[in-house]
Ligand binder design. Structure first.
Ligand SMILES: *[C@@H]1O[C@H](CO)[C@@H](O)[C@H](O)[C@H]1NC(C)=O
Ligand SMILES: *[C@@H]1O[C@H](CO)[C@@H](O)[C@H](O)[C@H]1NC(C)=O
Ligand SMILES: *[C@@H]1O[C@H](CO)[C@@H](O)[C@H](O)[C@H]1NC(C)=O
Length: 204
């Protein structure tokens, strides 16, 4: 006599479904537990915003030719501020600093990669130069006007590729952007004049 195939008919005792219910409850509990672990991890790491600011900016060798080409060097000191993060360090795999004036980029500088520890403020000192950069007519006019007025307001833009590290875990790459504006720079800084620190809009 051939063995009868097991059937799940409505006549089957209800007891049979219990293991499934148990499994469902276990999986659900596991999810809750996992969510709790993630929440606790997040609360203990608690990523804080990173901020940038411009601490100093100076103009050197400004020369705007009669054919509207610009030579200039901006000496800049930026602060990359990670002091609020107790558990999160940052890999800056690339970092570029650009000086913009009225929708035209005047000068650019790429910095070498670095790792920023937790609770750290790193001072980035750099010079961004323009070598005979041709200017739009309106930009040249604006710069001539500012030069005779004695100071110029530029925008400094930072763009970086970063990864975050918590314990032994590293994240994927993110793009960090900081916009600092207006950064007011004097052409002939007088004694007693001090640069006004400028805070940047920073987002990742
Ligand atoms: C700008 O450069 C030109 C050409 O080298 C030079 O003749 C001129 O004196 C410079 N102007 C200033 C203000 O330095
Ligand atoms: C921040 O980190 C850099 C590089 O590791 C180090 O040179 C600097 O002294 C640190 N600054 C502070 C305030 O801890
Ligand atoms: C401006 O920069 C260009 C390119 O670096 C250089 O050849 C030229 O001599 C510079 N002009 C002045 C006036 O410094």
């Amino acid at each position: 006599m051939a063995p009868q195939a097991p059937t799940l008919t409505s006549a089957a005792p209800r007891r049979r479904y219990r293991p499934r219910r148990l499994i469902a409850i276990s999986i659900f509990s596991l999810f809750i537990l996992l969510a709790l672990i993630i929440l606790i991890f997040y609360l203990s790491v608690r990523p804080r915003p990173i901020s940038f600011s411009v601490e100093d900016a100076r103009i050197h060798n400004f020369n705007l030719s009669s054919s509207d080409t610009l030579n200039v060097t901006f000496h800049l000191a930026l602060l990359a501020d990670n002091h609020r993060n107790h558990h999160l360090s940052i890999y800056y795999d690339s970092l570029g600093v650009a000086v913009w004036y009225a929708d035209q980029m005047l000068a650019f500088r790429e910095l070498p990669p670095f790792h920023q520890p937790t609770r750290n403020v790193t001072r980035l000192v750099l010079a961004a130069s323009a070598g005979a950069v041709p200017l739009f007519g309106s930009v040249a006019d604006g710069l001539k006007h500012d030069r005779s007025a004695g100071e110029v307001g530029v925008e400094i833009r930072v763009r970086a590729r970063v990864r975050f590290k918590v314990g032994a875990a590293k994240t994927k790459h993110y793009v960090l952007r900081a916009y600092c504006s207006p950064v007011v720079v004097r052409f002939w800084p007088a004694a007693g004049w001090s640069f006004q620190k400028t805070y940047c809009d920073t987002d990742v």
